[in-house]
Design a protein around this ligand. Structure first.
Ligand SMILES: CCCCCCCCCCCCCCCCCC(=O)SCCNC(=O)CCNC(=O)[C@H](O)C(C)(C)COP(=O)(O)OP(=O)(O)OC[C@H]1O[C@@H](n2cnc3c(N)ncnc32)[C@H](O)[C@@H]1OP(=O)(O)O
Ligand SMILES: Cc1cc2nc3c(=O)[nH]c(=O)nc-3n(C[C@H](O)[C@H](O)[C@H](O)COP(=O)(O)OP(=O)(O)OC[C@H]3O[C@@H](n4cnc5c(N)ncnc54)[C@H](O)[C@@H]3O)c2cc1C
Length: 672
């Protein structure tokens, strides 16, 4: 496989690691990409992006002022957006405008984030999912052609989670066939929308719909907020940027206030519910929550996004750990590579396995999502609740796990991992936001818990359950599981843990209502357990899906690739079994001896994977331009790059900073 050729000699330790690798790296890359043809397509698109303007900034993004950072990001977004519409979409096809390949190439342009991300990430998907055919024909081509740039303005200052509590109003006036958008309170300011502050000229707005004197709940509207020529906010619109935050520093998250701002009736996105010209409201015939569709879509895509982010962090930390030597093991012997420490392997190899687990699970989830969409097209919404429960817990757990694994990657790089030039802090702060946005971790797990409690009651009543909860049919009344020290045994034990926890929640709610509490309070008092039960369910789904998809996808692989893919999946099962020993002891007959044996096998597995560690991250095939890391580049020139990056600091522009003469010297001379 052609890897981007390093300009410099490869660090000798890293070169030796590559010689140790005993499987075909390209074969694993093809598995990750979803097939050989997909790898070829990805590389073609990467070449287009990377050969046309994704050059590194002369001054690192992080050394610019807030304004400069934003302006630089807009400049690069325009180059990138132009390439997407003129060249890349021709290869992926318009229907795949949000392909992970495009997302991946964007990283070569932005260390942090593009102000256009929400345009492609949420505005366009909302048009695709929420418009009538006429509205699609009107808006979508303009959006894809970047004639209009949009944002997704749902969250308000006062409410993000509780969508039904949003306060922005859209009141229909049948005489003028217009909606009047209004922000009645300070808490009704739209807040957070990416790209809204300075970049977007349109946005999708979620507002409470009033017609014929009645509120019909939240609906979506497309709103032009700025003049297309002058970019000035239109009268009735107050819009701006919300200020510096933990990450997302090169984008413009925005606020927006409406003062009786009028839009035509046709600007309500009417695929599901409608307001007729005379003001009659026609509700969605299918399901009340279809306006939440873009959120479900993004939750589904975030699982693959998490795989990508973990693979970046793991590549950086593992290559660095092969180059870095520290501490004498024995007197007068060379210091070992830090990758030789089992504690380091414990921090890092799980990251490789998790990247694979999330990638395979995300493909499976994507197929499930497509199947539900196909059902809905035929008018059948029966499969939507399961998709909502699945996408909610997988979004919550994958973002949360990614965050802690990425943090471990930073710890694994010691002090140098704290440098922005390592890119680990950028990856961390980007992923930190994913745990909150598109549905907070706890809130989404509680959504899954609602579904699980109902499923458990149905299982109790002898009803046959759908696929992802069918284990409840087998395990609902099971006592402690007989521990079975096989891979399938571990997966089954996670299903029993989940079933046990869900059953315990149902019991707690029943006990509380029996003692006089109303259902809402009984539910509230049980929410700590409910979150735990939903997490346990998600672990069972992840373990089962990773294991079965890995076996399917490697059926035709070479023996060496089969072996290493199998080892990673076993590592994942064992890691989680050891993380959850308390649960295993509670819900299965596992003994101390069994757990000691599991620990020993886990440690042996780390040692078996050790020679392939660099090969495994090379298989992620992340080009240096995408990694943006002084510690993780293919050639391993870690120390040279750290020094080169240090020299780029604007503080090194002159030998003496003016503050010395202005402040420090007067202080030294007692003249302050
Ligand atoms: C140039 C660069 C190029 C880059 C390339 C592109 C890269 C793309 C990458 C992606 C980047 C994306 C960046 C995104 C940034 C963040 C955007 C946001 O945060 S946006 C803001 C995101 N904000 C959030 O995510 C807010 C989170 N909050 C929520 O989602 C909801 O308010 C709620 C779910 C918590 C409750 O809702 P509520 O209305 O109070 O509902 P109730 O509790 O009353 O439940 C009633 C029934 O409804 C059911 N049901 C509910 N939902 C759904 C559903 N979706 N479906 C089906 N059913 C659903 C529920 O189960 C229940 O059923 P049952 O039990 O009765 O049978
Ligand atoms: C970087 C970033 C980008 C964003 N981009 C956008 C965007 O483009 N468009 C947009 O519309 N929004 C966007 N958001 C907003 C985001 O979707 C919300 O912040 C998110 O949905 C969480 O809502 P909240 O802020 O209201 O948190 P809150 O709901 O106030 O959460 C605060 C705490 O309360 C807890 N909590 C809340 N409700 C419950 C409950 N029912 N049960 C138990 N605990 C609960 C939560 O678990 C959390 O610990 C963005 C946010 C961030 C950080």
């Amino acid at each position: 496989m052609k890897i981007n050729k390093p300009k410099h000699d490869v660090n000798p330790d890293l070169a030796k690691e590559r010689l140790k690798c005993n499987f075909n790296i390209e074969e694993v890359t093809n598995i990750i990409d979803g097939g050989k043809d997909k790898t070829v397509q990805r590389k073609k698109i990467e070449d287009i992006a990377l050969n046309n303007g994704a050059s590194l900034d002369e001054v690192p993004e992080e050394c610019l002022s807030i304004k400069e950072r934003y302006e630089n990001a807009v400049r690069k977004s325009c180059v990138y957006g132009n390439l997407v519409r003129n060249e890349m979409l021709e290869i992926t096809g318009i229907e795949n405008f949000e392909s992970p390949v495009l997302r991946r190439t964007a990283d070569a342009f932005f260390k942090d984030i593009s102000p256009f991300m929400l345009h492609l990430g949420m505005f366009v998907p909302t048009l695709i999912g929420q418009c009538t055919p006429e509205q699609t024909a009107e808006w979508l081509p303009k959006a894809l052609d970047m004639q209009i740039i949009g944002a997704y303005a749902q969250t308000e200052l006062g409410h993000g989670t509780f969508i039904r509590g949003l306060e922005t109003t859209a009141t229909y006036n049948p005489e003028k066939e217009e909606f009047v958008l209004h922000s009645p309170t300070i808490t009704s300011y739209k807040w957070w929308a990416g790209g809204l502050g300075k970049t977007a000229n349109h946005c999708v707005v979620m507002a409470q719909l009033y017609t014929q004197g009645k509120c019909h709940g939240t609906h979506l509207f497309i709103v032009k907020i700025r003049d297309l020529d002058t970019h000035m906010p239109l009268p009735g619109i107050t819009v701006g940027e919300i200020g510096p935050r933990m990450g997302f520093s090169s984008a413009d998250n925005g606020f927006l206030r409406f003062d009786h701002f009028r839009i035509p009736r046709e600007n309500m996105l009417m695929k599901h519910a409608k307001v007729e010209k005379d003001g009659v409201y026609v509700k969605s015939a299918k399901h009340g929550k279809l306006t939440y569709g873009t959120m479900v879509f993004i939750r589904v895509t975030l699982v693959s996004e998490m795989s990508f982010n973990i693979s970046k962090a793991a590549t950086i930390a593992i290559r660095y750990s092969a180059v870095r030597r520290q501490t004498e093991l024995r007197p007068n012997e060379p210091e070992p590579q830090i990758l030789d420490y089992p504690t380091q392997q414990h921090k890092l190899f799980i990251c490789i396995a998790t990247a694979h687990a999330f990638q395979l699970t995300s493909c499976w989830l994507w197929n499930t999502f497509q199947a539900v969409l196909a059902d809905m097209k035929k008018g059948n919404v029966d499969t939507l609740p399961e998709l909502h429960a699945l996408s909610s817990c997988l979004k919550a757990v994958s973002t949360s796990d990614a965050l802690s694994h990425i943090e471990q990657c930073r710890f694994a790089c010691g002090g140098h991992g704290y440098m922005l030039s390592s890119n680990l802090p950028f990856i961390y702060s980007f992923v930190a936001a994913t745990r909150t946005y598109e549905g907070d971790y706890t809130v989404l797990l509680l959504q899954t818990a609602r579904f699980l409690v109902k499923a458990s009651e149905q299982a109790e009543a002898g009803k046959k359950l759908t696929q992802t909860v069918s284990y409840l049919n087998r395990t609902a009344n099971a006592d402690r599981l007989n521990w079975d020290n096989t891979h399938e045994g571990i997966i089954k034990s996670f299903q029993v843990i989940a079933a046990g926890k869900i059953g315990q929640c149902v019991k707690s709610i029943r006990d509380r209502t029996a003692s006089g509490m109303d259902y809402e309070d009984a539910w509230l008092m049980t929410t700590v357990q409910l979150v735990g039960a939903a997490e346990a369910h998600c672990r069972a789904v992840l373990l089962n899906t990773y294991w079965s998809e890995m076996r399917k996808i490697t059926e035709a692989s070479s023996a060496d690739v089969k072996k290493v893919m199998h080892q990673l999946a076993v590592l994942y099962l064992m890691y989680w079994a050891l993380e959850k020993t308390g649960d295993l002891l509670k819900y299965s007959s596992v003994s101390k001896k069994d757990l000691d044996e599991l620990q020993r096998r886990y440690e042996e597995l780390l040692a078996e994977l050790r020679p392939n560690a660099v090969g495994l991250v090379d298989a992620f095939d992340l080009r240096d331009e995408i990694l943006h890391s002084s510690l993780g580049s293919y050639d391993g020139r870690v120390y040279e790059r750290l020094i080169e990056e240090a020299h780029k600091s604007p503080l090194n522009d002159e030998p003496v900073n003016q503050s010395f003469h202005k402040y420090t010297k007067p202080l030294m001379l007692g003249k302050l």
